[in-house]
Ligand binder design. Sequence first.
Ligand code: AMP
Ligand code: GLY
Length: 433
Amino acid sequence: MKNKVLVIGSGGREHALAWRLSLSTTVGHVFVAPGNPGTQAENNVSNVAIEASDYTGLIDFCQSNAIDLVVVGPEQPLCDGIVDLMSQAGIKCFGPSAAAATLEGSKAYSKEFLEKYNIPTAAYASFTEVKPALDYLQRQKYPIVIKADGLAAGKGVVIAQDAPQAVNAVKDMLAGNAFGQAGDRIVIEEFLVGEEASFIVIADGENFVPMATSQDHKARDDGDKGPNTGGMGAYTPAPVVSQEVFDKTIEVIIKPSIAGMQKEGSPFVGFLYAGLMIDALGNPKVLEFNVRFGDPETQPIMMRLKSNLDELCLAAIGGNLKDQAIEWDERACLGVVLAEKGYPDSYQKGSLIIGMNVENNDQNRKIFHAGTKIKQNELLTNGGRVLCVCALAEDIKGAQSKAYEYVNTVSWQSMYYRRDIGSKALCGNFTTK
Ligand code: AMP
Ligand code: GLY
């Protein structure tokens, strides 16, 4: 009997996960709740009209359809405890418990955890009141980083260049209501310099296996300018993660994190994503933890994954990841996010997307949907990040030129994208393999 899998979520990450799962030799069918027009169009995949926040509805669906595995895309259900609820109902749900998901759900918790287990990260202090936070700022150097404690969809981070900006950010978060409850507590953190990379592992509570390395582009505009977003493009592998940096990251970050969570009584099962800042000497520090796959990192990484993802997830749930190997396509992959102009602030929805043909997708390139919808047989934009255009090639340079060639085949009136995804990988002194 092949596995019936349910993917929870509706973005580009979930499209990529569902697509990869649908190609697994051990998967019979993939359902996505609620999914998007991209998932609906895949062979062997169907959307289910249940919201990612309707936990009772999702459990009912799993029970009535004998679902063998649930894969949760976004962080909110994980932090809300969907894995705990599903496990209590006897359903195999891949991801961390609510307690383990606090690594992403509270930046103050994750900083305390990093400090306790001597895992390298930026120096910091956390505050719930404005006055002590402002006093602390007076003794700091600039730029400095101010973060809302809770989930803020990638937008709860302000890099303040000077004291007035920092004071504004502190007041906005703590006294204003810029981030709702997520801003009841803030972390003020030393500004780190270096090169960023996303280091994602699959963990079973005790053992882990690294995924291919990647780099996201969080700033909206070319040259890493403009506001922070969920991510405007990504590529894999990340040359900044040389073998030496890779080995160091495993030793000083991943191993102590997995062991630390075990000691805390919240063993980490799921995808653990360490956002790294790597300094000029190749020393990695943790910028943040995410407790799920990155978006858009998932899209290019899934293009390279050869192993059966459902088997890996089931092995992790069963505590059997030890000695599991993951097979990767040796080639590089690069994904460019096509967004609505104005994202992440205000932007329009409902623009007609031109040029999307299923036959455009072949083994070497693919367009993943994120914020799209179908209305009267037409494909329209329906969110800030709309599509992610991915291409595989022998190296990042090749993947970059193929991805941008492919971008040229798609358009809508207010389409916006960065033109320099991958450029840092090409100008650095890195080797790509
Ligand atoms: P986070 O959500 O914590 O990963 O922060 C979002 C982005 O802000 C990161 O990807 C970095 O580009 C930047 N950032 C966060 N913390 C720092 C820091 N301590 N130093 C420099 N940049 C940072
Ligand atoms: N790409 C960064 C994130 O998923 O948070």
